[in-house]
Design a protein around this ligand. Structure first.
Ligand SMILES: NC(=O)c1ccc[n+]([C@@H]2O[C@H](COP(=O)([O-])OP(=O)(O)OC[C@H]3O[C@@H](n4cnc5c(N)ncnc54)[C@H](O)[C@@H]3O)[C@@H](O)[C@H]2O)c1
Length: 665
């Protein structure tokens, strides 16, 4: 029997492994579009066979051609390893570099069956957010990580390990790029072609950067969003209020849990019974209802009794919006989390078809499928418009709903046609209330795999925040309060899926002080090493004009300097790995996003690195947001300059609008 360590060190096995049966109990990626012509298919095969010795080519060529035909991609299923896919305690990994072991741990966590959406297709979340394109890449990457020293850097091109290159101790151990395209070749259909050729992948945000920690990562952000959306209506709290939305997938699956934490009634429509089953069995959604009339009665009861409850409705979201109109059920808060960053490939299911019929149609007749999606988006928008005319507060949840609805001809633009009728959650909530002050989804993973370590880190983080809250300016006290409340109840909310990980929104000072306190605790032997990171959905990491940077109004939201600067800056300030992606969150060609991972081990060197890197990682974005004239960011960066004399940021001079209006153009 080969041990786990031996399997990793073996890399791609010399002997062809036994065939793996296609297991229908696992949630599989939908069949991808057959977009390649014959010559391109031959090229895709040649590309796939590059990973294997010549003597296997004849055999594997037939099998891979079949995979391409049957699934639209070559996953190399046969090479999926036999060991259990999960994050192990860091010492269980083979290797010469603790940093490289931390990366192996995070890769395995991203592919854990309880964490990943389509684990056999190496997809972590968002329908097509890949860690690797195929199993050969996974095996090779793990082998390189197990062999590397702290004087090498592994270079990852969209899942493909290009190799180990000499570098130095303070350099990142891994540099990841995902989906970096020549700009004119960055349309969704280009992804279909080049991904099928095996030369690029869509890394989403944290999938291809190995920083996904399961839906917990998003529960916190979603809780903050729902709480603050509630504050937009009034300050009387969310008791008895109804939140209607859709999606129980990778990130969207956090909504019912967050709704419960925020204290409202949450109804989430979901067309995929497997996704419902996963969230229900994890206890993330309380009840499942398959009949629309039953749903209506249940919601009426929940409203009259002011229950805190979350309900999954198995069906199309449009049915619910329309039915609630007919039944006069008032929706207080509304949103949507279907995967509209991927509208034609299974991200958004049209009304009038079963889940299975939709999956068949998108492959057999993509044009007709497209028409049906567009029609559904128009109906979806009409129903929402009727609800909002009665007072519902609707916001786009960064899933490109408004963008795709507008492209489908839905009545979703303001009268002048210049903007959407509804705000994105970043424009109204996350941007001004969090990102502009530097608050974002800081996270950590206990590399020991021990629950006790997580408990200790929760206590440390809470203590640090409580201390910081005492001297915090009034502008950020509410955020601090929400975050302290979050970390206090994080354990009892049972948020961990996969590795022992925690997310906690914090600003620059908060992140640095928490990380420093962790480093001290490691030094004192209270806990094992910690992996720090964050979502790309953050202050500085992401240039995304319809999401993270949608509250940048100086015209620069269509530039991507900030995200690129961020990754470059992190890489020479101490990150253990960095990643830069195309399309995270809202789709290929729509955004450039980046992130980092950092292992801290209790050393003085770790302390220096974390201070330097976390400071840049947050303040880069605040500086840019401040230059865009965002008041909250101007406030935050001025405060930071007082604290850090070496920081000198160019501040904007705000022109009196009357001077502009007086000009006759
Ligand atoms: N939660 C957040 O804070 C956040 C932030 C930014 C973006 N997003 C976006 O939200 C979207 C969802 O992310 P995800 O990881 O959950 O994706 P996912 O693909 O895992 O889940 C989406 C779910 O929606 C379901 N669905 C599709 N069409 C439907 C319909 N018409 N009616 C009912 N259900 C339908 C799908 O079956 C799927 O399970 C993505 O576009 C993501 O980028 C979320």
């Amino acid at each position: 029997m080969t041990t786990f360590k031996e399997s990793i060190l073996q890399g791609i096995p010399n002997k062809i492994p036994q065939e793996k049966k296609y297991n229908s109990d696992i949630n599989h990626a939908p069949k991808r579009k057959d977009t390649l012509n014959t010559d391109e298919k031959k090229l895709a095969l040649k590309n796939a066979l590059r990973y294997f010795p010549k003597e296997h080519h004849k055999f594997l060529a037939i099998e891979f051609a079949n995979e391409l035909k049957e699934f639209g991609r070559i996953y190399m299923y046969r090479y999926r390893p036999d060991y259990e896919m999960k994050a192990r305690p860091i010492e269980d990994y083979p290797g010469n570099s603790l940093q490289a072991k931390a990366i192996m741990l995070m890769i395995q966590n991203n592919l854990d069956y309880t964490v990943a959406q389509h684990p056999h297709e190496l997809i972590t979340y968002g329908g097509n957010g890949g860690v690797f394109q195929n199993w050969a890449q996974y095996l090779l990457c793990m082998k390189y990580l197990a062999e590397m020293t702290n004087k090498q850097t592994l270079v990852m091109y969209s899942g493909h390990p290009m190799g180990l290159f000499p570098s130095h101790k303070s350099a990142p151990r891994v540099v990841v790029t995902n989906g970096m395209m020549i700009p004119n070749y960055s349309k969704p259909n280009d992804w279909e072609i080049f991904n099928a050729l095996g030369v690029t992948q869509y890394g989403q945000m944290t999938a291809g950067s190995y920083m996904y920690i399961g839906p917990q990562g998003i529960v916190h952000g979603t809780t903050i969003t729902i709480l603050n959306a509630g504050r937009k209506i009034n300050n009387k709290g969310l008791s008895g209020k109804l939140f209607l939305t859709s999606g129980l997938g990778g990130m969207s699956g956090a909504q019912p849990k967050a709704g419960n934490i925020a204290g409202c009634i949450t109804v989430v429509a979901e067309v995929n019974s497997k996704a419902i089953h996963t969230r229900h069995s994890q206890g993330w959604v309380d009840e499942v209802i398959k009949n629309i009339d039953t749903l209506v009665n249940r919601v009426k009861k929940a409203k009259s009794e002011k229950e805190v409850i979350s309900i999954a409705y198995q069906g199309n979201i449009v049915e619910v919006w329309e039915k609630f109109l007919d039944e006069n059920i008032y929706v207080d808060l509304g949103s949507d989390q279907t995967s509209l960053h991927n509208p034609w490939g299974g991200g958004y299911y049209p009304i009038g078809l079963t889940f299975e019929e939709s999956n068949a149609l998108m492959v057999n007749n993509p044009d007709k499928f497209k028409e049906k999606v567009k029609y559904t988006l128009r109906r979806h928008s009409d129903a929402i418009n009727k609800h909002t005319s009665k007072g519902t507060y609707f916001f786009d949840y960064g899933n490109a709903f408004l963008l795709e609805a507008s492209r489908s001809g839905a009545d979703i633009m303001t009268e002048d046609g210049l903007s959407f009728k509804y705000p994105s959650y970043v424009q109204d909530i996350m941007g001004p209330m969090c990102f502009d002050y530097g608050f974002g989804p800081f996270r950590w993973v206990c590399a020991s795999g021990k629950k006790e370590d997580l408990d200790i880190t929760d206590q440390i983080a809470c203590k640090v925040l409580e201390q910081l809250k005492i001297g915090a300016p009034s502008e950020i006290k509410q955020q601090m309060k929400d975050n302290i409340q979050w970390i206090k109840s994080a354990d009892e909310n049972k948020l961990v899926v996969g590795s022992q990980a925690r997310i906690l929104y914090a600003d620059s000072l908060g992140r640095i002080e928490i990380a420093k306190a962790f480093n001290d605790a490691i030094k004192e032997g209270k806990i094992g090493p910690i992996i720090l990171g964050r979502d790309h959905h953050d202050v500085s990491g992401t240039d995304s004009p319809y999401r993270e940077t949608s509250n940048i109004y100086d015209g620069s939201s269509f530039t991507a300097d900030m995200g690129i600067q961020n990754v470059i800056g992190d890489s020479f300030r101490g990150a253990t790995w960095v990643s830069v992606h195309n399309g995270g969150g809202v789709g290929w060609g729509e955004v450039i996003n980046g992130g980092f991972g950092m292992l801290i081990d209790g050393s003085r060197e770790s302390e220096k690195k974390l201070e330097m890197m976390l400071h840049w990682d947050v303040n880069n974005g605040i500086a840019r947001r401040s230059w865009a004239r965002n008041e909250e960011a101007i406030f935050a960066i001025k405060k930071e300059m007082e604290r850090t004399p070496q920081l000198k940021v160019t501040l904007p001079n705000i022109v009196d609008q009357s001077h502009i209006d007086a000009i006759d153009f």
